[in-house]
Design a protein around this ligand. Structure first.
Ligand code: TIU
Length: 226
């Protein structure tokens, strides 16, 4: 077992039953011309997440941790996109509309894929999801059950949307979740701060929060064994 110095208290995990989940580090959220920008957001706010996540991925790969990436997006015919999600914003900029990185938030388009810096390595799982949560209408639950996973290390974007939704879904399903504060990002600094506080408040109502350096330090014995 390993222990991370976290909020609201120590987070204990077994690397053999722990998975890193990297949420939606896609061009559509991270780069100009994608879904995030069409919603009116300043995508440069998310850049600071990239370098610590690269370092985290290196450490997790070296330790042999299970690594899962997710991508939010929809089928080209939009049959998996409910009107409540589709009918938002300017029609010319909605999900499925053409953009500089291809059709916005559509599977298979350049904008839908993960940014080059954090591209999945061979053998890492990629879960495509139609919603904000990574469990809704995906195989993630079955995949984790098959692996015997009990703890999730959660990173990605955005803190108060897809990260929060996934952590809440995971917590209800019995997973212990550690969110790495410098590896999650929001377009809104005030939501970043509040979003992290909400996870660890009330004795860890949804999970634990720690910086990635604290998690990587806790992984060191696993790194030395490999
Ligand atoms: N809009 C926003 O902040 N986020 C999303 O729509 N999706 C994710 O968080 N991935």
């Amino acid at each position: 077992m390993a222990t991370v110095d976290a909020l609201p208290g120590p987070f204990t995990f077994d690397p053999a039953t722990t998975a890193l989940v990297v949420i939606d580090m896609q061009r559509d959220f991270m780069e100009p011309g994608g879904f995030g920008e069409t919603l009116g957001n300043d995508v440069s706010q998310l850049r600071r997440v990239i370098a610590p996540t690269e370092a985290l991925l290196r450490a997790c790969r070296a330790a042999g941790l299970t690594i899962i990436h997710t991508r939010e997006g929809h089928l080209p015919d939009l049959s998996d996109c409910p009107p409540a999600k589709l009918n938002r914003g300017e029609p010319s900029q909605r999900i499925g509309a053409p953009g500089p990185m291809g059709r916005i938030l559509i599977r298979g388009e350049h904008g839908h894929d993960i940014i080059d810096e954090l591209a999945p390595a061979p053998g890492e799982l990629v879960i495509d999801k139609p919603g904000k949560g990574a469990f809704y209408n995906t195989t993630l639950g079955e995949v984790l059950a098959g692996l015997g996973t009990r703890s999730l290390i959660v990173t990605g974007v955005t803190t108060e949307v897809c990260v929060h939704t996934t952590v809440r879904e995971a917590n209800d399903r019995g997973y212990e979740c550690l969110v790495l504060s410098d590896c999650v990002g929001s377009y809104f600094p005030e939501f970043q701060e509040a979003g992290l506080k909400m996870i660890a408040a009330q004795g860890g109502i949804f999970g634990w929060v720690a910086p990635s350096t604290a998690f990587i330090a806790a992984l060191q014995p696993s790194l030395q064994r490999t």
